[in-house]
Write a protein that binds this ligand. Structure first.
Ligand SMILES: CC(C)(COP(=O)(O)OP(=O)(O)OC[C@H]1O[C@@H](n2cnc3c(N)ncnc32)[C@H](O)[C@@H]1OP(=O)(O)O)[C@@H](O)C(=O)NCCC(=O)NCCS
Length: 181
């Protein structure tokens, strides 16, 4: 499995849309800040997610904030990207030990950048930041899962050097009328 920072592929040869050139400059020049989430960031996080998923899930995000954002557990990370004082993206992940029979590794559960500031390097900066958190927690492998038809997120992760790993996902439907514990 590739590591995030060392196997970045060459960029796709196409210019960013005119409005987004400034963002790439900002992302690399330091105007972009990647920092741990704060409670007041939840509204923009919920709004960014709602545009991507089509659902506003306030209760879900409060619970994610309590689990991943509200403490200082080194194995959990909920980071936001702030551009000119505005939250424009986020990434969430966690180090999981020995699950699925694998040695400890860092899992990225979610990454989103607000439409309009995409293709400016913000997603890359978010992934680099969470990779640094995972490294600090002592792991050297980063994993994620994505839906097969989400070619955008697949292109993004591939651009960062990620490749298919050794795990496959399996699932089945549960009969809702079956026995429940
Ligand atoms: C994927 C996502 C996080 C990328 O954020 P971003 O800030 O645009 O990413 P970057 O600017 O750092 O792009 C890095 C590279 O990813 C690839 N990439 C990003 N967007 C792409 C697109 N629309 N088409 C093809 N490749 C793309 C490119 O290789 C790009 O490098 P380049 O600009 O030098 O060519 C953002 O598009 C997003 O939030 N999408 C929706 C995410 C989603 O579906 N989340 C739910 C599941 S977690």
């Amino acid at each position: 499995m590739a590591q995030v920072t060392s196997r970045r592929r060459p960029p796709i040869a196409r210019p960013p849309p005119p409005g987004e050139r400034q963002v790439r400059g900002a992302a690399s020049a330091g105007a972009l800040v990647i920092r741990p989430v704060r409670r007041r960031d939840l509204d923009p996080v919920i709004a960014i997610d709602a545009v991507v998923t089509g659902l506003e899930k306030r209760a879900y995000w409060l619970s994610v904030y309590r689990r991943y954002g509200a403490g200082s557990q080194p194995e959990r990370a909920f980071l936001v990207a702030e551009l000119a004082g505005r939250v424009v993206g986020f990434v969430i992940g966690e180090v999981r030990d020995w699950e699925f029979g694998s040695p400890p590794c860092g899992w990225v559960f979610a990454i989103d950048v607000q439409q309009g500031v995409r293709l400016g390097g913000i997603g890359t900066r978010l992934l680099e930041a969470i990779a640094a958190c995972f490294r600090a927690a002592g792991v050297t492998k980063l994993r994620t899962m994505l839906t097969r038809d989400n070619t955008l997120i697949l292109s993004f992760f591939r651009s960062q050097g990620m490749m298919a790993g050794p795990l496959i996902s399996l699932e089945m439907d549960l009969d809702p009328t079956g026995p429940a514990a």
